[in-house]
Design a protein around this ligand. Structure first.
Ligand SMILES: Nc1nc2c(c(=O)[nH]1)N[C@H]1C(S)=C(S)[C@@H](COP(=O)(O)OP(=O)(O)OC[C@H]3O[C@@H](n4cnc5c(=O)[nH]c(N)nc54)[C@H](O)[C@@H]3O)O[C@H]1N2
Ligand SMILES: Nc1nc2c(c(=O)[nH]1)N[C@H]1C(S)=C(S)[C@@H](COP(=O)(O)OP(=O)(O)OC[C@H]3O[C@@H](n4cnc5c(=O)[nH]c(N)nc54)[C@H](O)[C@@H]3O)O[C@H]1N2
Ligand code: SF4
Ligand SMILES: [Mo]
Length: 751
């Protein structure tokens, strides 16, 4: 931090997307007046995008709530923190006591992976509540990848990341990092890294029904029919076997099931899949050969390959191709990062494997995945009675806006209105939080410390960075860590206890376990003595210190004196580089066999559905989504600097389809899906392939009772209203958000 007379600077990692760029903030008083890329940041090296440059505007948005709100006489009114937590305890405990813990639902939204509080406290809340009614943004996003990793590697969090800086060939499916800046692949300046790949002679293939900015960079763009990536990838795997191109190299020793896989893929010839994917058989063969021939290559799939009917199979096949070409776990391929707060690596060997469907949802019997039920089933779990148990009667939402982000917002909206009690931790009174009886607003990001517990584990380079709050907490504000600690206490019958009790509990449990583990650097030591060694100015900082010291680079509480501690990290404000991704197998494997299990039974059981898809063709138009560079899901439409321009809620349609329907640019169209109908202006563009229309998500800011004044001026429509929540990837419970049948017709005159 540096200071001049009237302004100073402070470092802050940007929380607005997964790239985690280091920013240098200019601060005047308590206001962030400017954000630049931090050139000395060990990871992002000065990169910044328009969203990061608007950090100050987002941080200082006057519509952010400043005090808790408590509903009295039907109206949300400003209240003290004490009144708010009293109301939470009084609202939640009777529901638990009368109807059991499953009657309390918990919804965790996307920004939880961008805050320290979201990483550190929800697990304690869930363990304390003991509820199985957990719903998160993962089931409208990446759950298929967790499930495929769970099945392949025995660990749902062991997700290989493409080695962007070193690969010779990148096959990218259903991702548009030039606008999203990347996902499950934390890489500041993703665009620059793709350009560097090309500059060093590498090749980029992009599979996307739209001609995205990323696709425009590609050597080859495959405008696939939505929802058919699993077929394309299966056919590529088929070609690798058929043409003798499968070569696992050193990986072979760690993989079982290769021969069985070869036998299973028999029907997925390029000729049989070409029509369904709308990709020529020769092209599929060429793609397989290119992948095999590249000195190193990485296959990477994201939203467009996950949020589809065969999301788990597509996610699995992405890794299958990396494995069959020997590219898993080798530089230039796809590797497992090793984050500084990963658990102490245990010695390689068999593990417990990954359980799927250990329980089922009450109404539709959806299997749990990773302890979660599908977000698509939240409304029915509230509004539908069954003999099996109580519906959800009380809800805790943290950083979640499922009314816009999940299928059928209107039904969920109604269901939320029928709850006995709801508490939302959210800085805005948005479409979901407006139903809460209590709203607990966290401070703006400048007033919060930052550590990327989630994204360091998906980063293209191992590194670690930590920022203390750039601006001190304003009077009347409460840190989000404290809000969640107090919420946990109020929800679990310990209302009023000191919030540090939550951190002490976690520290005691973690250290108590570590000293019993033979592979731990603190094996045999006294947990209380270790707890006494922790530094940090708060409970969350002490927990961070503990995790760093027990982690793979840690000082092991003195066992490795040069190792990482919070103190050492604080002495490196621009971060510490921990080197490129390195091969790690077999250590990360936790399968029962101790090997990569290439053809797990749940996958075998799901393959007949994919075989049936060989014969499926959509009868009419199908809908897909898109992201805009200056947006972030449902909550940045309130920032004037980030709206307008291309960031608009319009329906993209190909000129041929527009002609057929008699549509011109700017016409208003009615779009009809299984869950409802919306109207939007059309943009006629060859940026989307024929047979496909595209509408972005996160819009629909016209509900009463919200306080997002700028967003309400140009509300857009909720694309997810076109869905009825019944379309899921069965293995993961992930919502199908792309490739959904819709009808489009002219609604009115040209605007
Ligand atoms: N059709 C369609 N739907 C989609 C998608 C799609 O591609 N197409 N994408 C899906 C994906 S990938 C995701 S991740 C989900 C996201 O959906 P959600 O998880 O619902 O996330 P957001 O829409 O980002 O809303 C986040 C909420 O958190 C609040 N918030 C912001 N910052 C903070 C903070 O620091 N603390 C707290 N406590 N709250 C905060 C915001 O005000 C907002 O209310 O949407 C999904 N929905
Ligand atoms: N600017 C901005 N950045 C963001 C976000 C944001 O809302 N705005 N959201 C953040 C979040 S929560 C996430 S999860 C990430 C997501 O990061 P990405 O996965 O890169 O997200 P998208 O830009 O939605 O890219 C998905 C692409 O899949 C294509 N697609 C649709 N259906 C199919 C299909 O069936 N097959 C194939 N191959 N492609 C298909 C779409 O046309 C689209 O271009 O972005 C993060 N970053
Ligand atoms: S790329 Fe993402 S992390 Fe980097 S400045 Fe932009 S929004 Fe922030
Ligand atoms: Mo996401």
């Amino acid at each position: 931090m540096s200071t001049t007379t009237d302004s100073r600077t402070a470092l802050r990692i940007c929380p607005l997307c997964e790239a985690t760029c280091g920013l240098t903030l200019t601060i005047e008083g308590t206001r962030v007046t400017k954000a630049r890329g931090d050139r000395d940041d060990v990871f992002s090296k000065g990169f910044i995008c328009p969203k990061g440059a608007s950090f100050g505007a987002a941080d200082g948005d006057p519509d952010r709530l400043r005090t808790p709100l408590v509903r009295r006489d039907g109206e949300l009114r400003e209240a003290t923190w004490e009144e708010a937590f009293d109301a939470v305890a009084a609202g939640l405990r009777p529901v638990v006591e009368a109807h059991g813990p499953n009657a309390v639902g918990v919804v965790l939204g996307n920004p939880n992976v961008h805050t320290m509080a979201g990483a550190l406290y929800p697990p304690v809340l869930l363990a304390g509540l003991g509820t199985r009614s957990l719903f998160t943004a993962s089931t409208v996003d990446q759950m298929p990848k967790h499930v495929s990793s769970g099945l392949l590697y025995g660990d749902a969090h062991a997700i290989p990341v493409p080695d962007l800086d070193h690969t010779d060939h990148l096959l990218l499916l259903g991702a548009n990092p030039l606008e999203s800046n990347g996902s499950l692949c934390t890489a500041p300046d993703f665009p620059g890294k793709l350009k560097a790949l090309k500059a060093r002679g590498g090749t980029l293939t992009v599979v996307d029904p739209r001609l995205t900015r990323t696709a425009k960079l590609a050597d080859r763009h495959i405008a696939i029919r939505p929802g058919t990536d699993a077929l394309l990838l299966a056919a590529m795997a088929y070609v690798l076997f058929e043409e003798g191109l499968a070569d696992l190299g050193d990986l072979a020793a760690h993989v079982e099931g290769v021969d069985e896989l070869a036998l299973t893929l028999g029907e997925f010839t390029p000729e049989a899949t070409a029509d369904a994917c709308d990709v020529e058989a020769d092209t599929i063969r060429l793609m397989a050969r290119e992948l095999a021939a590249a000195p190193t290559a990485a296959v990477y799939g994201r939203i467009g390959s996950c949020t589809v009917p065969h999301g788990t199979l597509a996610s699995w096949l992405v890794d299958v191709l990396n494995i069959l070409t020997g590219n898993l776990d080798r530089p230039g391929g796809a590797l497992f990062p090793q984050s500084a707060t990963d658990k102490t690596p245990r010695p390689a060997g068999p593990g417990r494997g990954f359980g799927l469907g250990r329980w089922r949802s009450r109404v539709s019997g959806h299997p749990e995945a990773k302890g979660e039920l599908p977000l698509s089933s939240l409304a029915e779990e509230i509004d539908t009675a069954t003999p099996e148990g109580s519906p959800i009667r009380a809800l805790v939402t943290v950083a979640a806006n499922p009314v816009l982000s999940a299928p059928d917002g209107d039904r969920l909206d109604k269901a939320l209105g029928s709850l006995d009690f709801m508490v939302s931790v959210d800085p805005y009174l948005g479409e979901t939080a407006r139903h809460a009886a209590v709203v607990l607003p966290p401070p703006p990001p400048s007033q919060a410390p930052h550590f990327d517990f989630a994204f360091n584990a998906f980063a293209v380079r191992n590194q670690v960075r930590y920022n203390r709050a750039a601006v001190p907490l304003e009077e009347g504000r409460m840190a989000e860590t404290e809000i969640l600690a107090r919420l946990t206490l109020a929800a679990t019958g310990m209302h009023g206890a000191d919030p540090s009790a939550v951190d002490d509990l976690v520290i005691g449990q973690t250290l108590g376990k570590a000293v019993k583990e033979a592979h731990s650097p603190v094996h045999g030591r006294d947990p209380q003595e270790l707890a006494g060694l922790l530094t940090g100015d708060s409970g969350p900082e002490r927990r961070l210190d503990m995790m760093l010291r027990l982690g793979p680079y840690g000082d092991g509480f003195g066992a490795r004196p040069d190792g990482l501690t919070l103190e050492k990290l604080l002495a490196h404000p621009h971060g510490i580089d921990l080197g490129p991704l390195r091969p790690r197998l077999p250590q990360p494997l936790k399968t029962v066999s101790g090997k990569v299990e290439l053809l797990p039974q749940p996958i075998v059981d799901d393959l007949p559905r994919l075989r049936a898809a060989l014969r499926e063709r959509p009868a009419g138009l199908v809908l897909i989504g898109r992201r805009h560079l200056r947006s972030n899901n449902s909550w940045l439409h309130n920032i004037p600097a980030l709206t307008g321009g291309t960031n608009r809620c319009t329906l993209h349609i190909h000129p041929e389809d527009a002609d057929r329907l008699g549509l011109a640019d700017g016409d208003t169209v009615r779009i009809k899906g299984a869950g409802g109908e919306v109207t939007a202006p059309v943009e006629v563009t060859d940026g989307v392939r024929t047979g496909v229309v595209s509408l972005p998500h996160g819009w629909g800011h016209d509900r009463p009772g919200t306080r997002m004044s700028h967003a309400a001026l140009d509300p857009g429509v909720n694309v997810n209203q076109l869905l009825d929540g019944s379309l899921l990837d069965p293995l993961s419970g992930n919502a199908v958000l792309n490739g959904v049948p819709v009808e489009v017709s002219r609604a009115g005159a040209t605007l």
